[in-house]
Design a protein around this ligand. Structure first.
Ligand code: FES
Length: 154
């Protein structure tokens, strides 16, 4: 049986190749972690333009969509605008505004919410539930409406 002698040149070649493999897989692992871990551009929410105030008559509402495609119901009263998720907190049906009664109505179990989104009748009132509020900003000079949404991850 013959023993092969490892020369200094062989040793340096193997060491260089090993270092190259470690660096390559280390770089790939770092890129993988970066890809899997979302970066945040900041914690400040952003304003999403949704339309003009004159698209919503006083004492009526209109549905808009946020960046995730979720429906937001924007109510305009004589005092201003306010926004809510139109998902009923009881079992998830969609609510709508009844102008004559000045309430949000959920047809599934006859739930009712006042103009502030607070449950006032039916199962949501019994459970002390309210509609989820969404911040809507009104630029009174230009008449534009904006939804405040979380900053998008990049
Ligand atoms: S789902 Fe709205 S009252 Fe039940």
């Amino acid at each position: 049986m013959s023993e092969k002698k490892v020369t200094r040149r062989d040793f340096l070649g193997i060491a260089a190749m090993s270092a190259g493999i470690v660096m390559t897989f280390g770089s790939l692992a770092a890129m993988g972690l970066r890809f899997l871990t979302p970066r945040r551009t900041g914690s400040q929410p952003v304003d999403l333009y949704i339309g003009r105030i004159d698209e919503i008559p006083v004492n009526s509402s209109k549905i808009f969509h946020d960046l995730r495609g979720q429906e937001v119901i924007v109510l305009r009263t004589g005092e201003g605008v306010s926004g809510f998720s139109n998902i009923c907190p009881h079992l998830g049906c969609h609510v709508h505004w009844l102008a004559e009664e000045k309430i949000f109505f959920c047809p599934c179990h006859l739930g009712k919410f006042d103009a502030e989104g607070k449950g006032v009748s039916g199962p949501p009132a019994d459970a002390g539930q309210s509609l989820e509020k969404v911040i809507v900003k009104h630029d009174e000079i230009a008449g534009n409406l904006f939804l405040q949404v979380p900053a998008k991850n990049t």
